[in-house]
Each structure stands twice: as structure tokens, then as C-alpha cells.
Design a protein around this ligand. Structure first.
Ligand code: URA
Ligand code: SF4
Length: 207
């Protein structure tokens, strides 16, 4: 069996965020860089108290090179605001830094990253955690939770609880904003959005 490769050969010793981001542009730790437009590293400052981890960039993020700038990002923005978390004072990143998709005509359909992609990309997340050292890390959805906690979880069982299983910071798992977005215009949207806000409030600066 081929040896699992990962991002570590591309991760520099520096823990300055601009150094990490520029090095990530060269990453070939898995095959996802090839069809993607560009790496989508992160947004936010090293002084952030809260780090939010999504799954992977989407179509818009891949085009713009910034995380959470598409439709799911707008849901997240609204939820952060309602929870009293200043987006500009938070750090936003993803478990996997390149957009995985299947071409369907002119469209690019989101394809979930596999476990091997999470593993390959994990050295970046570790470096970011060292660089930012947030007091709280929030995993958005089950894929992000797998990367952050290092174990498979069921969202319904784990969401909305402050977890003390990481050595240096509190962890929280909540729904991915895309899952909330899928309910828009349907019964259940308000409740799902409200649950996301309530979860995020647990890590708000004044919580
Ligand atoms: N969904 C994610 O998980 N991350 C993004 O950056 C955008 C959408
Ligand atoms: Fe590197 Fe992660 Fe991109 Fe794979 S997805 S090439 S490991 S940055």
C-alpha cells in the first residue's frame, strides 16, 4: 500500500500566520490542490480567542481564496453576530484547505473530503492552533469535529456542549452552517439557526 503522504513537508517552522499561508500555497500534501483554483487558508488574527473550523472551502471560497465568503459564510456571519462574537476578532479556517468537487457540466459539485484528506491536511491545523492558541475551538459539523477532536462523533450527541478533552483549550462542536442553509425557506430553519446561535454563545467573550 502506498504510504500516506501529508502536508508536513510543506509546513514551515515559523508560526507567523503570513508565513504559514504563503507556504500553504505550495502544498502538495494530497491531490486536492490540482483541480482547485487556489488554497484557501484562513482569515483572522493570531490574537483571536475563538477559532472556528469548517470542513473545506466551497465554490466561492475557492474562487476568492477566503474562507466562508459564500452562502454558508453568510449564515455563519449572521449566527456569529447574533451570538455576540465579532467575526473580525475570530479566526476562521477549514479542516481541509482545498476545495474538493466533482465537475458536473459547468458546475462544480461539493464532494466531502475523505478521512485521508483530513489526515493529510491536519499539519496545517496543528500549526494554526500553535500560532493562534485560541481559548476555544469550534468545529462546524462532523467532518471538522473529526479533525479537531481526532475521533468520529455524531453531531446529534455531541453538539452544544463545552468539551474539555483537548489539553489547551475548550472545544465545542456545532452544526455546519451549510446544514442550516439547506433548511432555508422550510420548516425547521428558525430552530436550526437558533440552535447554532445558542451553541456559539457558549464561547462568546461575555459567556
Ligand atoms: N463551508 C466550509 O466548511 N468552509 C468554508 O470556508 C465555506 C463553506
Ligand atoms: Fe495540502 Fe491540504 Fe491542499 Fe491537500 S488539501 S494539498 S494537504 S493544503
Amino acid at each position: 500500500m502506498a504510504e500516506q503522504t501529508d502536508a508536513s513537508p510543506w509546513v514551515p517552522a515559523s508560526r507567523e500566520l503570513p508565513d504559514l499561508e504563503s507556504a500553504a500555497h505550495e502544498c502538495r500534501g494530497c491531490e486536492l490542490w490540482r483541480p482547485a483554483t487556489q488554497v484557501v487558508f484562513s482569515t483572522g488574527t493570531r490574537s483571536a480567542g475563538v477559532m472556528l473550523v469548517g470542513e473545506q472551502p466551497g465554490d466561492q471560497e475557492d474562487r476568492q481564496g477566503e474562507p466562508f465568503v459564500g452562502p454558508a459564510g453568510r449564515v455563519l456571519d449572521d449566527a456569529l453576530e447574533a451570538a455576540g462574537i465579532d467575526r473580525a476578532a475570530a479566526y476562521l479556517t477549514n479542516a481541509v484547505k482545498h476545495f474538493r468537487f466533482e465537475p458536473r457540466g459547468k458546475r462544480r459539485i461539493h464532494a466531502k473530503p475523505e478521512l485521508r484528506h483530513l489526515v493529510a491536511c491536519h499539519p496545517w491545523l496543528d500549526a494554526e492552533l500553535e500560532a493562534v492558541a485560541p481559548r476555544a475551538v469550534v468545529a462546524l459539523g462532523a467532518t471538522a469535529a473529526r479533525a479537531v477532536l481526532g475521533r468520529p462523533v455524531k453531531i446529534g450527541e455531541i453538539r452544544g456542549k463545552l468539551l474539555d478533552e483537548l489539553p489547551d483549550r475548550v472545544a465545542l462542536v456545532t452544526t455546519h452552517p451549510s446544514a442550516v442553509l439547506r433548511l432555508r425557506g422550510r420548516e425547521g430553519y428558525d430552530e436550526a439557526f437558533g440552535d447554532l446561535v445558542a451553541d456559539l454563545r457558549l464561547v462568546a467573550p461575555d459567556a
